[in-house]
Structure formats: C-alpha cells, structure tokens
Design a protein around this ligand. Structure first.
Ligand code: ACO
Length: 334
C-alpha cells in the first residue's frame, strides 16, 4: 500500500536541570578523577535534578522541552492529538509520565502513553509517531525523550555513575504529504532481550519489590557491564547507520549530520572510524550533559536546529542503542 502521508518534524525543544555536577565533584566522593572520566568517556559535567524540586521532575523537564517545541512549530497544546513519552525513569509507575505531562501542558485533546526502550526510547517513539501519521490517524504528535536517571544511579559505583545526567528533548511531528522533501525517510529498529544483563535495574518492578535490605544492596539502582556494552554499542550503532544508508541508496557523503546516542565519546569515535565518517559531521553534546539516555538525541537535535547547524534540505541520521538491548536508526531530510 502506498502511503498518502509522511511525517515532518516542525518543532524541537530541550530542557535541563540547573545544577551542574562536575567530574571534580564526583571525584570528591568516589575513587576516580576528572582526568580519567574525560579521557575514558569525553564527559566533563552533567546536569542533575534537585530531589524534591517540582520544576525538575521528569515531567517538568519534558514540559519545558515540549513548550519550546510547540512554540517553534507554531502550535498550541490543544492541537496535539497524541503524546509519546520515552522514558526509563518515570515520575511514577502509575500514572504514566505522559499523563502527568498532558495535564501540566493542557493538551486536552491528546491521548498519552509512556514508552520504555531505555536510551533508544526517543527513536522508538518517533518511529511509532511516524506510523500513526502515515496511516492518517494522527496529525500532530508530541514526542519526548526525558530522564531523571540520577535517581536510579548508584553514586557509589564508579563504573557507571560517572556517565549519566538528567535532561529532556522534545519534537513536534506533523502530517505532510508522502512526496514532501522534508520528512522522516526511514526507520530501522531492533531489540535483543538476550542481552538484558548488560544494563538493568533488578528491583522496583513487579518481579522484585524494593525492600530496605534490597535498597541497602543497591538492587534498585542501575547495574551495568560497561565493557560488554561498549562492544555491542559500537557494532549495533555502526550496523544500523550503514543499514539506513544502504536501504536508501545513500553514500556517506550524502549525509550532512550524524546524531548518535551520547553514551561515551570513545564509542562514538569508534563508530565514526568504522563507518569512515569524519567527526566534523558528528553532533556532540556529551561533554556538557553526559548520557541523558532517551534525551541525548532530541536535545542534540534541538541544539543544532536552533544554532543553525541543521538547515532545511539537509540529511540527518540519528542512531541509538540502549538497555534491553534496543537499537536502531532513523533518517530524516530536514
Ligand atoms: N575512575 C577510575 N577508574 C575506573 C573508573 C572510574 N570512574 N571506572 C572504572 N575504573 C577502572 C576499573 O576498575 C579498571 O581498573 P582495573 O584495570 O584495575 O580493573 C579500569 O578502570 C578499566 O576499567 P574498564 O571497565 O575496562 O574501563 P573502560 O575503558 O571500559 O571504561 C566505561 C568504563 C566508561 C563504563 C565504558 O566501558 C563505557 O562507557 N561503556 C559503555 C557504557 C554505556 O554505554 N552505558 C549506557 C548504556 S545505554 C542505556 O540504555 C542506559
């Protein structure tokens, strides 16, 4: 069946908590150093939500990002007919963060749901939005990637806590005609649950209740096998970038910008090397924000759209991996 419609991103927004947490501050509490973190990850600082601050809840960061995206798109909250909220660190398990956001934003005509694909969540949600637009059932969709993972990080585990930060990114996706030059061109997603152990939070779901003893053991916090993830990430990011180019008959030189998930600068450099992609085409915000999980790609996208790096007619490849494992890429003509 040929589609009549395609999806176009018409607005972007992002938001971060105020507090900057530097490597030097982290090094005051655990055995690490600014130098080690910079060299091994490319991260200098990250933003951390203030516990209990209502303006820095996951849904509040999502709200601020959504308002900016709506403003750019020239849309009102009432125009939104669907909210897809990618997060692995919801305000509450019930109700969804999407519903918290909906009432804060006043998007009274929307239906809203959370999607959890960890760091890949934004591209998963964007792909779902694209499908609802293509079938004609939705016209204007708010897609958010937002995290306050600092509450799930074990700040005593130097192998993982150095990586993560809080933040949000949002886009407005609107219906356009299938032949529009500016549109989402393709999406390739995959999951492999057999790698669940590489990054997981054992307690806090229905499989394992959080008790005082389990909390003391850190079972309600992120458990990560960094070295193993590193290898899989380089492979999946490279494979899914190459797949998007191949399927669309594009050469690397046709690509204007590459926005990879920002988990570790060395992962990104290894992917660029494997693809033979010059680093000048890679958009990076990891130095300032660390790994904000589902927010890395939309917040980077927002920054580059607002500062004019991403221009109309350019080709942008977004590429992610995350816990699950989940991975994939989305190609967009801006
Ligand atoms: N400071 C100082 N030393 C450290 C630190 C630290 N913060 N962390 C680990 N080390 C030590 C280790 O103990 C080890 O010491 P040893 O050789 O005496 O045993 C040494 O440094 C090397 O450790 P490695 O784990 O091999 O270090 P590596 O270079 O792999 O870096 C890191 C670790 C940064 C975690 C890296 O593996 C990584 O970034 N992996 C990917 C993680 C990732 O992407 N996670 C996000 C997944 S996406 C999602 O959905 C959330």
């Amino acid at each position: 069946m040929t589609n009549l419609y395609a999806s176009r991103i018409t607005g972007t927004g992002s938001a971060f908590p105020k507090r900057r947490l530097t490597n030097l501050e982290i090094a005051q509490n655990i055995e690490t150093s600014d130098e080690w973190i910079r060299e091994r990850t490319g991260i200098v600082e990250r933003r951390i939500s203030e516990p209990g601050n209502p303006d820095e809840l996951n849904s509040s960061l999502g709200l601020a990002a959504a308002k900016r995206a709506l403003e750019m798109a020239g849309k009102r909250p009432e125009d939104i007919d669907q909210i897809l909220y990618a997060t692995a660190s919801p305000d509450t398990i019930i109700p969804s963060t999407a519903c918290w956001l909906q009432q804060k934003l006043g998007a009274k005509n929307a239906w809203a749901l959370d999607m959890n694909a960890a760091c890949s969540g934004f591209l998963y949600a964007l792909t779902v939005a694209d499908q609802f637009i293509k079938t004609g059932s939705s016209k204007t969709i708010l897609v958010i990637g937002s995290e306050v993972l600092s509450t799930f990080v074990n700040w005593k585990d130097r192998g993982s806590c150095i990586l993560f930060g809080d933040g949000a990114g949002a886009v407005i996706v609107e219906r356009t005609t299938a032949d529009s030059p500016s549109r989402i061109i393709s999406s390739h997603l995959h999951s492999d649950g057999s790698f669940w152990e590489l990054l997981h939070v054992p307690a806090g779901g229905s499989a394992m209740e959080v008790t005082a003893a389990r909390h003391a053991e850190g079972l309600d916090k992120v458990h990560m096998k960094g070295k193993e993830i590193f290898k899989v990430a380089v492979k999946t990011l490279s494979d899914y970038a190459a797949l998007a180019l191949e399927v669309n008959h594009l050469k690397l030189s046709d690509l204007d910008w590459f926005i990879p998930h920002q988990a570790n600068l060395r992962i990104i450099e290894a992917v660029a090397k494997r693809l033979d992609l010059p680093m000048e085409k890679v958009l990076l915000n990891i130095e300032r924000f660390g790994n904000t999980s589902s927010a890395t790609v939309p917040s980077m996208l927002d920054e580059a759209v607002r500062d004019g790096r991403i221009k109309s007619g350019q080709t942008v490849l977004m590429d992610v991996f995350g816990a699950g494992l989940t991975y994939g890429s989305v190609l967009v003509r801006w």
